[in-house]
Design a protein around this ligand. Structure first.
Ligand code: SF4
Ligand code: SF4
Length: 326
């Protein structure tokens, strides 16, 4: 294939994207466009993006947008699986009128998406969509001037972007070709050969460390941590820049032993660790579980106080690390 032919084929490469956020300032330096790719091998108990976990699109229902079966109800007839039926009632806060909502039988639903096309109010949506590289790049290019002014760029996040390794690699390559700063937000849970191949195209890895004990890691995230730690070591040796991110989940990973192990591990990685970011738990993702017909397990957990976060920051700083909250 000619060079032009190869470029055209790359531009048509497709990925599954569940969100694109412009003007993001939390995931990497400066102003960034953040591309969220679907699919994740982990299932963290506190995950605030459950819609990101499945690579395949899933049906989400936004109760607040549903106008009810009396005024609408078109989804009941649209569903080939007969998975939607009249559900509970609620009083609409707008006009104090009682409306009957719908109920989705998730065992019958095969996520075909027919109902989302019928719904007039956007109450039914699929969790992700297929986009070409060209389409994603067109959105990225809209904010180029803000990247250069702020020292920003693009961040690929998920889910776990390595689930869509080919697309992630193509996107990173294209961004570097166009002179954009790149961050990859990763769980570290993927094949080393993938990390090795993308390394030349990533300026900064946002690298999650969730628990230093492998058994606890399995309980909290569904996967052991050996591969995650090994990939971090290999990336550090290979010259990558790592911004380590530690979610602080009270009662799960904020005990002194785990924090000490985390500090020691980051110190072991040496100058590769440019920053340790500690992220306080929040339960803001709970409503998203309901939209997907799932149960959120961590309802009893409260966010750590500012004082507690400051203490953890000071503790990790004793390992010679630069630490930031949020
Ligand atoms: S996604 Fe398909 S199967 Fe599921 S409720 Fe909608 S129409 Fe029915
Ligand atoms: S089609 Fe949409 S707005 Fe109408 S009843 Fe179904 S979910 Fe509600």
């Amino acid at each position: 294939m000619s060079e032009t032919g190869k470029e055209a084929a790359a531009a048509m490469q497709k990925g599954r994207v569940y969100d694109i956020q412009r003007f993001s300032v939390h995931d990497g330096p400066g102003v960034r466009t953040e591309i969220f790719l679907s699919g994740c091998p982990l299932e963290c108990l506190w995950c605030h993006s459950p819609e990101s976990q499945s690579f395949n699109p899933q049906l989400a229902w936004y109760e607040i947008r549903c106008i009810g079966t009396a005024a609408c109800g078109v989804c009941l007839a649209a569903c080939p699986q007969k998975a939607i039926s009249p559900g509970p009632t609620k009083v609409s806060p707008a006009d104090n009128v009682e409306i009957q909502l719908i109920e989705i039988n998730r065992k019958l639903c095969d996520n075909c998406g027919e109902c989302t096309r019928a719904c007039p109010s956007g109450a039914l949506e699929m969790t992700n969509r297929e986009m070409t590289l060209e389409e994603v790049m067109e959105i990225i290019e809209r904010d180029r001037r803000y990247y250069s002014r702020s020292g920003g760029g693009i961040t690929i996040s998920g889910g776990e972007p390595m689930v869509q390794y080919e697309f992630t690699l193509a996107l990173l390559k294209e961004c570097k070709k166009r002179g954009l700063h790149t961050c990859l937000d990763t769980t570290g849970y993927s094949m080393w050969s993938y990390y090795e191949n993308i390394l030349p195209y990533v300026d900064l890895f946002l690298y999650d460390l969730k628990h230093m004990d492998s058994d606890s890691s399995v309980k909290l995230t569904g996967v052991p941590n050996e591969l995650i730690l090994e990939n971090a070591r290999k990336l550090a040796r290979a010259g990558a820049a790592l911004q380590v991110r530690v979610p602080i989940i009270p009662g799960f990973n904020d005990d002194e032993e785990n924090l000490r192990e985390t500090g020691m591990f980051c110190r072991e990685l040496g100058s590769a660790v440019v920053l340790v970011q500690i992220l306080p738990y929040h339960g803001l993702g709970a409503a998203k579980y309901e939209r997907l017909g799932r149960k959120y397990e961590l309802t009893a957990i409260e966010a750590p106080s500012e004082e507690r976060m400051e203490k953890i920051k000071s503790f990790l700083e004793t390992f010679g690390l630069q630490v930031k909250i949020h």
